[in-house]
Ligand binder design. Structure first.
Ligand code: ADP
Length: 223
């Protein structure tokens, strides 16, 4: 099963990708996480990517397409994957098409997540991350027991620099200008499924799983 979770920053696609990947036993490939790991490890790519990420802009394609292609061709993605945050523009979508075609694989579905802009801003601005173990929290929806201290490892929580309010606005603009058009691209390929993310996490997860299960059933009926 090969899936893309597409949508604006903060819509909740990362949370759903994590949950669905566990249930379906496939890999969760987050381009943002891959880039942040490169930044933390101070690799050549990380050093180049850092400024773009912190200012809310897309990193140049050449910094991300190879890492993602290598990851989806690796053994850990053999059983399938959810791509979260990639592709982010048409040229990345075409690189992905070529990479899949070259290895004889197809994309099963693209889930397009949408939510009202005020919901998105609320979700992003309350987001916090543990600087020790990387666990995710939200000041309103999933707070820690002790303010700003990770429940799991006791380290301090931090806010991603690109989650500051001024940068959120840049990221939403970049999404509208460069990423949103992929909805049409995948709609034309007849693999797009829209997911309304204004509701709660459990209901959203159920609607994605229902779609995947009916897709799998249709596949096995056809065989
Ligand atoms: P979000 O979806 O909440 O914006 P991500 O973790 O997916 O967060 O991405 C964080 C940042 O990493 C982006 O703002 C961008 O700078 C960079 N990034 C992630 N994926 C890509 C990509 N496919 N192409 C270019 N830049 C990317």
């Amino acid at each position: 099963m090969r899936l893309i979770f597409h949508g604006p920053p903060g819509v909740g696609k990362g949370t759903q990708a994590e949950r669905i990947s566990i249930v379906k036993k496939i890999s969760h490939v987050s381009s943002g996480d891959l880039l942040r790991a490169a930044v933390d490890a101070k690799t050549e790519i990380g050093l180049k990517a850092r400024e773009y990420i912190e200012s809310g802009l897309l990193v140049p394609d050449e910094l991300i397409v190879n890492i993602v292609s290598d990851t989806i061709n690796s053994a850990e993605c053999e059983k399938g994957f959810i791509l979260d945050g990639f592709p982010r523009n048409l040229s990345q979508a075409k690189v992905l098409d070529d990479a899949l075609e070259n290895s004889g694989k197809i994309l099963d579905r693209v889930f397009s997540f949408t939510a009202a802009e005020e919901v998105i801003i609320m979700r992003i601005s309350g987001r916090r991350m543990c600087k020790g173990c990387g666990a995710h929290y939200h000041q309103v929806y999933s707070p820690t027991l002790k303010k700003n201290i990770c429940d799991k490892c006791g380290s301090d929580l931090v806010q991603r620099k690109d989650d500051y309010p001024e940068t959120i606005k840049v990221r939403l603009k970049v999404y509208r200008e460069q990423t949103e058009e992929l909805i049409d691209y995948y709609n034309q390929k007849n693999i797009l499924v829209e997911v309304n993310c204004n509701g709660n996490k459990a209901d959203i997860q159920q609607s994605i799983l229902a779609e995947l299960n009916s897709m799998l059933k249709r596949k096995s009926d056809a065989e």
